[in-house]
Design a protein around this ligand. Structure first.
Ligand code: GDP
Ligand code: MG
Length: 529
């Protein structure tokens, strides 16, 4: 059997050392066509397979920002090696996996060499390679390139990929709601026009437009200037939106979400650090407390209960103002208009109807403001991360939490976008179980009714009762989900990976825009606009 294997990785991860170890004297050194980047080739034989090995230039990313990156990417796209061995420096795993994620995003057959495992060990870092392999869905083999340790197993894994002819589905990570939505639209355009799709997957092209990849941008402009301009316009629009709401750029957002994806993997028992590095980043420091095994859930309950308290206390006055305004308006019109159908229509129908829904807008607004704060700050993703342990028991997935929250999990959502949000769940069974149970949540339509009943019967304990109703909804949803998962939609759970972006201080402007967007959606839905 014959196949081509490319060695890729960050500079200084040990590619050349491994290459020499594998190929010995059977090497050929040349240049990549047209550029002065060195190209090394050789062969490795093991039993019945002969592998042609290529040492790619060291890169940190697969976006065409530097010559090395262009050369490495072109090689992968044009030559289509059967397998890419991604050599990562285990003593610096988080940063090195950034490139690995990009291979996965491209849907390239990849096998990971956890190199310099000796250095990692010396620094007190222990890595669970099997767990990492399960979560990433690709083979992971610990190696020490300098001594050749692990190279046999590595090459067997690589050969296995070739023999199996295994398909690698492109990894789809969320780059945040705003970017995701635009990328879906872009993807549709790209597919409809078969724009560069002979060479790259459609979603990946959209991603490169988001990242302003010069090579793809200029290829696109040559191929179909009109469509290219349209795509660039879509990117510009979402870039403006991001700048306004989160004070960030699409490229930064994408990088953050990739690191968030890696962080979520590493936090699941993949890496153990004996001594605490004193150079922990702020986000990691905050996470040490907020996602702590014991403190985390307690803080989460306090935060959510606090949110209820704030919402119900501060929205009381504006709700009362609006109520008395509509009462005054109704009364005024009642006295002006003559008795009859018209009066009844205007006073009871229009004023009563419009007022009934509009009266709760302040409440909904406060709730959405709170949710926007949790989401923009990065805390909501941690809530999903922590709840995964609970969700798993009921046969759901940590990402299900978004669908539940959108449906009214913290009160005041809507099951329609909630059901739509289940789209991001990868396993069809978990998706079905989630979308069948999200309507249990306290959506914006049930909220006024609950609020009315609470005000009538338990006026003194508003927040507490509302919190209790919410817990009840969750309990019902989870129990039904469990029932579904052991009867109609049986099957194993998929591993949980959700992006854990760094914590950010939300901007007031961003919160205002996000709150308004959702409140407006609520108003539109309520009036069927
Ligand atoms: P490249 O830039 O990816 O080609 O990296 P090199 O192969 O040039 O390796 C960079 C340095 O790391 C060299 O000094 C190697 O000897 C060293 N090195 C490579 N692999 C290992 C390993 O597994 N363990 C240790 N301790 N050092 C390694
Ligand atoms: Mg090298």
């Amino acid at each position: 059997m014959q196949a081509t294997v490319a060695l890729a990785g960050n500079p200084n991860s040990g590619k050349t050392t491994l290459f020499n170890e594998l190929t010995g004297a059977r090497q050929h050194v040349g240049n990549y066509p047209g550029v002065t980047v060195e190209k090394k080739e050789g062969t490795y034989t093991h039993q019945d397979f002969k592998l042609h090995i290529v040492d790619l230039p060291g890169t940190y990313s697969l976006t065409a920002y530097s010559l090395e990156e262009v050369v490495a990417r072109d090689y992968l796209v044009d030559q289509k090696p059967e397998v890419v061995i991604n050599i990562v420096d285990s003593s610096n795993l988080e940063r090195n996996l950034y490139l690995a994620v990009q291979f996965l995003e491209m849907g390239i057959p990849v096998c990971i060499a956890l190199n310099m495992i000796d250095v990692a060990k010396k620094r007190g870092i222990k890595i669970n390679a099997e767990k990492l392999s399960t979560l990433l869905g690709v083979p992971v083999v610990p190696t020490i390139a300098r001594t050749g340790q692990g190279k046999k197993k590595l090459m067997e894994s690589a050969a296995h990929i070739v023999q199996e002819k295994r398909e690698f589905d492109a990894l789809k990570i969320s780059y945040g709601d705003d970017v995701d939505r635009v990328m879906l639209d872009m993807q549709k355009e790209i597919e409809a026009n078969s724009f560069l799709t002979d060479t790259y997957p459609a979603r990946w092209i959209a991603l490169k437009y988001m990242e302003k990849d010069e090579q793809i941008l200029s290829q696109g402009k040559k191929l179909n200037p009109e469509l290219a301009a349209g795509l660039e316009e879509m990117v510009k629009k979402v870039a403006n939106h991001l700048l306004n709401t989160l004070d960030t750029y699409p490229e930064a957002m994408i990088a953050d979400q990739r690191y968030g994806y890696i962080k979520s993997i590493l936090k699941q028992g993949v890496i153990f650090q004996k001594y605490d590095q004193n150079r922990l980043y702020t986000s990691d420091k905050i996470d040490k407390v907020l996602t702590n095994r014991f403190l985390g859930p307690i803080i989460m309950l306090v935060v959510i209960a606090g949110l209820f308290h704030l919402v119900f206390t501060y929205s009381e006055m504006p709700v009362a103002w609006l109520e008395s305004f509509f009462g005054w308006l109704g009364h005024g019109l009642y006295t002006i208009l003559p008795d009859g159908l018209l009066r009844s229509l205007v006073v009871s129908g229009i004023i009563g109807g419009v007022g009934g829904v509009l009266g709760f807008v302040p409440l909904i607004m406060f709730m959405f403001f709170g949710i926007a704060f949790l989401e923009d700050s990065g805390y909501l993703a941690r809530v999903a991360f922590m709840l995964d342990r609970v969700f798993r028991i009921f046969g759901l997935h940590g990402s299900s939490v978004m669908a539940f929250i959108v449906s009214g999990g913290i009160a005041g959502g809507c099951a329609v976008p909630g059901v739509m949000a289940t789209r991001t769940l990868k396993s069809p069974r978990e998706r079905l179980a989630t979308l069948l149970t999200v309507p249990f949540m306290n959506c914006g339509a049930k909220l006024p009714l609950f609020a009315l009943l609470i005000a009538a019967f338990f006026a003194e304990y508003e927040a507490a009762i509302m919190f209790g109703i919410t817990l009840g909804a969750w309990t019902g949803a989870l129990l039904v989900a469990k029932l579904l998962r052991v009867t109609l939609v049986k099957g194993a759970s998929t591993p949980f990976i959700m992006e854990l972006p760094p914590y950010r201080m939300p901007t007031f402007k961003g919160l205002a825009i996000h709150t308004w967007e959702r409140t407006w959606q609520y108003i539109k839905k309520a009036y069927g606009l």
